[in-house]
Design a protein around this ligand. Structure first.
Ligand code: ADP
Ligand code: ZN
Ligand code: ZN
Length: 726
């Protein structure tokens, strides 16, 4: 066929559920080999980067089509399995393919940058160089490091902060040089790990025995050695010359984790996380695309990594909420991992001490292989749990006298304690004791959190900030007082109570920078001390000297209306508790509550997470919630509520008109947060016991919503399998 009678159907990053036709660029032809390649096209008055989704025959009308400006890839960037899986994802989330592809590609590639070179720069020491450096200092330390083996720049970044200056010194003296080399993926003799215990061995054997696709739920208590099982499976995957992709939660991807992987596997481990700049991110993607990156460890969006030589996908802490994208294309990385694993024909290992009820249900119904690691590995014993009834107790910054005494005993014995409070800031509310006024965010109509020891107010929903008033804006009185306790206030009080030991606060406020937490914990080392923090402390860095975990102020979570609240709270409690006694020292967990007889706490303490999960699954079944029903949430917001309700009413009609049996439509109802950042919000919930029925209804109704005039004038989004109903 000549270029005259074929055309490109291009997926563009615009909110329209269709492809756009273009003639081939001048001098090029449109044929099927270009499917999946990027093109630059004119669009209105702009130029956009899109992806060729189809090629089609051109008819008479095609003469009037605009021509694409340039083809950017040869061969195409998106091919085979990845492109097919992304097409599946677009159908599943009912979003335009162009928007899904734009989400999947690293920013630099989405914007049209060429696929970057991925050769590594390796530093070599000239022979005999070490002897020539007499003085101690950075150059000598670097030389000693390179004397054992040449190292890539990435490896040097990990091994020696500030190595670049030292390298320049060595290079100018002719003692070291850098060479560009294709990244090596031949294992350079990784260090052997622990000999697996029987349960770990059985888990590793189960994974090894899977031929093609298979899903495994590795259900192992904290500290049971799940990571050792992953490492064993990854090593086996490398031995077969295949790629392994490991997903970790946002806060789980620590330098410590990466170092453990590198040391054990003996190959370069490529990290993909939000802290990387666009260039670095695109480089890892490109190295994976070329099949050179053999082990990729990354957070949510790493699930879009091309895996031409796939061998294994691991999703660590599979229950973690950070796997669900909460805006734009609302995909779930764990669920998409299973789709990709199936398409690639490789095993997918989901690991957790507190599996999501969805995964647990799949394991119990034998869709997944269920492998358990019921005990901690090595010498560590499970922590003992004690519930501290604080009804009718005078609390000091939220701490009971018994707990303060226990903290004192712990640090005096040279141990470390963690005080967990899932509330950032100084206090949740600023209240006037004269008239009852409290500081509210005007845009969200919810209380603003007090920060900076009482000086600042911040809205945790929309981010609005302002200084705290000196006097009550309503009555002019001076009786303004912070109510309740956040991590800042706990820190302040603990510093007063325990001036002799370090007190470190760990939350999003104190550790904005990625490595700040590591540095902080590194400086603490094994010394006696107290950590105060939010769920950021629930995982990541291993703290062998941590013997006491104190949980305070979880009572709000016991009475939330969200159907997932119990699951999230149970997971959080077990994960935080799991930080205690990870090494030889026995650990204790103290749970301070006003509701010691609450069924959730009772069940968790008596039977652990499995007992909780069993009871909760039974309740979900009765109530018709996931995993026994499938949900899609249609959210809409605007400055005024009327258009929001009109749009949602028409959506409701569209779902009804779709005429799919077994689909229920609830609403429109105000959102759980009916105002946010100045917008009025409402929602419609669509549910069905049958996933297929739900999607049939969505498939018919959603395209209509994109066309409605109401829908074009407000912000709306569809969330398939919503994780929370906000
Ligand atoms: P998880 O990922 O389940 O939380 P890890 O793999 O991090 O557990 O292991 C917890 C601790 O137990 C680590 O310090 C690890 O070095 C140790 N460990 C794991 N497996 C073994 C084993 N077979 N023998 C001795 N120690 C082990
Ligand atoms: Zn007042
Ligand atoms: Zn707000």
């Amino acid at each position: 066929m000549s270029s005259d009678n074929t055309l490109f159907r291009v997926a563009l990053p615009v909110p329209l559920a269709r492809l756009f036709d273009y003639r081939a660029p001048e001098g090029a032809r449109a044929d099927a080999t270009q499917i999946g390649g990027r093109v630059r096209v004119p669009f209105g008055s702009r130029e956009l980067i899109g992806v060729v989704a189809e090629v089609g025959p051109a008819d008479e009308a095609a003469r009037d089509l605009k021509a694409a400006l340039a083809l950017l890839d040869d061969p195409p960037l998106l091919q085979g399995e990845l492109l097919d899986s992304l097409r599946w994802l677009a159908r599943y989330v009912h979003a335009p393919l162009g928007e899904v592809l734009a989400t999947a590609l690293p920013a630099a590639l989405r914007q049209g940058a060429p696929l970057p070179e991925t050769d590594a720069i390796v530093w070599h020491l000239v022979s005999g160089a070490l002897e020539q450096i007499k003085r101690d200092g950075a150059p000598r330390r670097l030389a000693a490091l390179l004397d054992t083996q040449p190292l890539t720049e990435d490896a040097l970044d990990d091994a020696m902060p500030g190595w670049r200056a030292a390298a320049r010194t060595l290079a100018t003296r002719g003692l070291a040089r850098s060479v560009r080399e294709a990244p090596s993926h031949i294992p350079a003799g990784g260090r052997a790990g622990h000999a697996l215990n029987d349960a770990q061995r059985a888990a590793a054997d189960t994974i090894a025995a899977i031929d093609g696709f298979g899903a495994v739920l590795l259900d192992g208590v904290t500290g049971s050695g799940k990571t050792e099982v992953y490492l064993d499976a990854i090593a086996a995957c490398l031995a077969r010359d295949r790629q392994a992709l490991v997903l970790v939660p946002e806060i789980g991807l620590t330098p410590q984790t990466l170092a453990r992987f590198r040391a054990r596997l003996g190959v370069e481990v490529h990290a993909l996380h939000s802290g990387l700049n666009d260039t670095a991110r695109a480089r890892v993607w490109a190295a994976a695309w070329r099949g050179d990156a053999r082990v990729i460890v990354g957070t949510r969006s790493a699930i879009f990594t091309p895996l031409p030589r796939a061998g294994l996908i691991v999703v660590d802490e599979e229950h973690d909420g950070s796997y669900k994208q909460q805006d734009g294309i609302r995909y779930h990385a764990r669920d998409f991992a299973l789709v990709r694993g199936k398409a690639l024909g490789v095993p997918v290992v989901l690991g957790s001490a507190t599996p999501s009820l969805e995964s647990l249900h799949n394991a119990l119904t034998e869709r997944y292989v269920h492998v358990r690691l019921p005990q901690r590995a090595g010498d560590a014993r499970p922590p003992t749990v004690r519930v501290l009834d604080v009804r009718k107790r005078a609390l000091d910054a939220g701490l009971s006298p018994e707990l303060i005494a226990k903290l004192r005993a712990t640090v005096e014995a040279g141990g470390q304690a963690l005080v967990f409070r899932n509330r950032r800031g100084y206090a949740p509310v600023l209240l006037c004791h004269d008239c009852g006024w409290s500081a509210q965010c005007t845009r969200c109509e919810t209380p603003m959190t007090v920060h900076g020891g009482g000086r600042r107010l911040q809205c945790h929903h929309c981010g609005a900030r302002r200084p705290a008033p000196q006097a009550c804006p309503d009555c002019g009185g001076l009786a303004l007082q912070p109510q309740g306790v956040g991590t800042e206030r706990l820190e302040e009080r603990l510093l007063e109570l325990f001036p002799e030991v370090p007190v470190l606060r760990v939350d999003r406020g104190s550790t904005r920078r990625r490595d700040a937490l590591e540095t902080m914990l590194g400086e603490l080392g094994d010394r006696a001390g107290i950590l105060v923090g939010t769920q950021m402390l629930a995982k990541g860095h291993d703290l062998p000297n941590l013997t006491l975990v104190a949980v305070v102020g979880i009572d709000e979570g016991l009475f939330s209306a969200d159907f997932r609240a119990s699951e999230k709270l149970a997971q959080l409690l077990i994960q935080v508790a799991g930080r205690a006694g990870r090494a030889r020292k026995a650990g204790e967990v103290w749970l301070q509550t006003h509701h010691p007889t609450h069924p959730l706490l009772q069940t968790l303490i008596a039977g652990g997470y499995p007992a909780f999960a069993e009871a909760e699954l039974a309740e979900r079944e009765v109530a018709g919630f996931p995993p026994f029903a499938h949900l899609a949430l249609l959210r809409a917001e605007a400055k005024h509520i009327d258009p929001v309700m009109r749009f949602l009413e028409s959506a409701k009609r569209a779902f009804a008109d779709a005429g799919v049996a077994g689909v229920e439509v609830h609403g429109p109802l105000p959102a759980p947060m009916p105002r946010r950042a100045g917008f009025q919000r409402a929602q419609v919930l669509v549910s069905s016991p049958q996933r297929r029925a739900l999607h049939a209804a969505l498939e018919r109704a959603v395209p209509l919503l994109r066309e409605t005039p109401e829908g074009k004038r407000l912000r709306w989004s569809l969330d398939v399998d919503p994780v929370d109903l906000y």
